[in-house]
Design a binder for this molecule. Structure first.
Ligand SMILES: [Zn+2]
Length: 675
């Protein structure tokens, strides 16, 4: 439950579970097309968009660090086949046959059938199997059985008739993960975590019989095994380990992890890697817990990673973890930006618009980590989370803590992938659009940094007032996000940021104001269905803030609603006055929190943040639809290429950015087929 998945509708609709300190930022607040010459979106098919991401900071790494990143990405990729087999028992056979056809077919590739066939293949690559990565429904081929049989024969591909029958029969194994209990959670699911005739009650009874219910530190039962029915008819766990199930791939993973230990940045990191190797060798879930504790404690260094059988979303009864890997490099720029702001956190508190008695005398900035992804594999690729918060075991989290990171370059790539048409559509002038293109990206990053480091840290409760959860109840999180946003908005137009050297001029702040207002009043509504109210806290807070300042500034025309050629725009006329309004609302929201004023907080959210203007909403949906942008995105990974000397030693590692999804999938199939 600790990962944040993103589903993009045109622009990234970044969904974060807002737990603890991490919360959701970005997404819609601002983003831009890049002025640099880097192609983010390479192609679009079905409901998918293929995106590339950059790996900033890689060149700043030492040689050993580069090697470490390289070895860890290779380890990650080596387990790729495991995810395919976990998802469905025939996936590997299907994928290999499809790859044979794509590689070998010498017939006509300019027909509609071939195009449909390739779309089918690419969807399967994208989903690590024949079921949709999000909806979990089996794909229906949009070409005939006869055509497919012809391809198989012409390319001498290997696939059994039984499996081809399944591909063309929509009723068989139709759903990878079924959560409809009437069909039976396991019987209705096509995942390969259980033998097909095993039922949920049997599994539950099995674990009841072996679990020690009084153990305060339980292992993650079932996390790393397939459950089968043995010859005696009893349930049995077949463990995924070096000399067990998936041993071929796991041995490769271990080989690369061993190399990684040789270039670990420090002892805690090395110790964690050694425990992970031990876990893969033995399959012992006690070692898995030891590993997770060591991993959580390894906080020094610029490189981090996840690798293992981790999330249990794809097991309908939540025991077994899918294989995945994400390699992370510290985002040096973001860290520096955060550090610069954090160093002056007391100045921001003292100069805020909030009441003096609501200011902290000794404010401490919130620590928040941004990393850049260098490679992803297994269930994290091509579709990826945008943040990671692990480990999952509750007792380890409570006793030893957890790591929470935002995947900065992935978030940025998502932003860049959707925006160009959207900005032209929703902003009234070229001047505004070009300012957003030039400064919006930095504006968005500064907003995030201010929101996280300064915003959430700011302010104090009056003596005797309960926690916001107690006093503001269901409105507490929308109000808290609004408060942090308002701190960010107030300061992103402050010359102080220029003085600190984190932004060049106030154009950055203006770009952030333009995107924030238009997003809050219009663009974000494209995520809702007609007739729906706003439920999600971040969306509520954004509309609350934007519509409050719109209303309060109406008399002075601070923000003007303009109708032009049948389209509605919200245009900021006076950025300085808008800043004053943000400051006023900040003061009020802080007062609500500091005094626990439930009625006032409720009125702010209910009157400004919940109800949707139906006419505007319909217009937004229509205008967004015309942009024709796929709702789901996934990524081509960069390729790390080692440079070696005559002795075969690695002297450098280069990053290449391929732009052909099909070629990358074929390369992976050739290089990392270990099952
Ligand atoms: Zn927040």
């Amino acid at each position: 439950m600790k990962k944040f998945l993103v589903l993009i509708f045109l622009l990234p609709a970044i969904m974060w579970a807002c737990q603890d300190v991490k919360d959701s930022e970005g997404g819609d607040s601002a983003s831009t097309t890049s002025t640099e010459d880097f192609k983010y979106v390479t192609e679009q098919f079905a409901d998918l968009k293929i995106i590339r991401y950059k790996v900033p900071g890689f060149d700043k790494l030492s040689l050993d660090q580069k090697k470490l990143v390289y070895y860890l990405t290779q380890a990650g990729m080596s387990g790729r086949d495991i995810t395919w087999d976990q998802n469905y028992r025939h996936n590997l056979e299907v994928r290999k046959a499809l790859e044979q056809i794509v590689n070998n077919y010498e017939g006509d590739r300019n027909t509609e059938d071939w195009t449909n066939f390739m779309t089918y293949v690419k969807r399967i690559w994208f989903s690590n199997g024949i079921h949709h990565h999000y909806a979990k429904n089996k794909f229906n081929p949009e070409f005939s059985r006869e055509y497919f049989d012809g391809l198989v024969e012409a390319a001498s591909a290997t696939i059994s008739t039984e499996v081809v029958d399944i591909l063309f029969d929509p009723s068989v194994d139709a759903k990878m993960v079924n959560l409809d209990t009437e069909k039976g959670l396991l019987k209705g699911s096509a995942t390969n975590y259980y033998d097909p005739d095993i039922t949920e009650p049997e599994v539950v009874a099995y674990y009841q019989s072996i679990m020690d219910k009084n153990d305060p530190e339980p292992i993650s039962y079932g996390l790393n095994s397939k459950m089968i029915r043995n010859e005696k008819g009893e349930l049995e766990e077949v463990v995924w380990k070096a000399d067990g199930l998936y041993g071929g791939a796991i041995s490769e993973v271990i080989g690369w992890l061993k190399k990684a230990t040789e270039v670990a940045e420090n002892e805690p990191q090395r110790k964690a890697l050694e425990l992970l190797i031990e876990f893969y060798k033995t399959g012992d879930l006690n070692t898995w817990d030891e590993y997770n504790i060591a991993w959580v404690q390894a906080t020094e260094g610029d490189i981090d990673y996840i690798n293992g059988f981790i999330e249990v979303y794809d097991d309908p009864i939540g025991y077994r973890g899918y294989y995945e890997s994400v390699i992370q490099i510290n985002d040096f720029d973001a860290s520096e930006r955060m550090a610069t702001l954090a160093a002056d956190v007391q100045w921001f508190e003292d100069n805020s618009t909030i009441q003096d008695d609501h200011k902290k005398k000794d404010v401490v900035g919130v620590s928040y980590k941004v990393v850049n992804v260098a490679g992803e594999a297994g269930a994290s690729s091509p579709s990826t989370p945008i943040g990671v918060n692990l480990p999952n075991a509750n007792w380890i989290r409570a006793k030893h803590g957890s790591k929470s990171v935002s995947l900065g370059n992935i978030v940025e790539a998502y932003s860049n992938a959707g925006s160009s048409g959207l900005y032209d559509e929703f902003f009234i002038s070229d001047e505004i659009v070009s300012r957003i293109k030039e400064h919006g990206n930095l504006g968005s990053k500064l907003h995030t940094a201010l929101h996280e480091v300064i915003g959430h840290a700011s302010g104090q409760l009056e003596p005797g007032v309960g926690t916001p959860k107690e006093t503001l109840k269901n409105y507490s999180s929308a109000l808290e996000e609004g408060r942090a946003d308002l701190v960010a908005l107030y300061y992103v137009m402050d010359p102080k940021l220029i003085e600190l050297g984190v932004m060049p001029n106030l154009e950055v702040g203006k770009a952030e104001y333009d995107t924030y207002i238009t997003n809050g009043l219009m663009m974000q509504l494209r995520r809702l269905n007609p007739g729906e109210d706003i439920e999600e806290s971040h969306m509520r807070n954004r509309q609350m803030v934007a519509s409050w300042v719109y209303e309060k500034g109406k008399e002075e025309n601070v923000i003007e609603r303009v109708e032009q050629d049948g389209k509605t725009y919200f245009v900021v006329n006076d950025y300085e006055k808008l800043r004053v309004l943000f400051g006023q609302l900040l003061r009020e929201v802080q007062r609500v929190k500091s005094m626990g004023d439930y009625e006032a907080g409720k009125n702010l959210i209910e009157n400004y943040g919940v109800k949707v203007d139906q006419e505007i909403h319909a217009e937004v949906l229509k205008r967004a639809e015309s942009l024709n942008s796929a709702p789901y995105g996934g990524f081509i990974n960069p390729v790390l290429v080692p440079v070696t000397n005559d002795a075969g030693e690695i002297t450098d590692v280069k990053v290449e950015y391929p732009d052909d999804f099909t070629q990358q999938m074929l390369d992976y199939g050739e290089k990392y087929s270990f099952l």
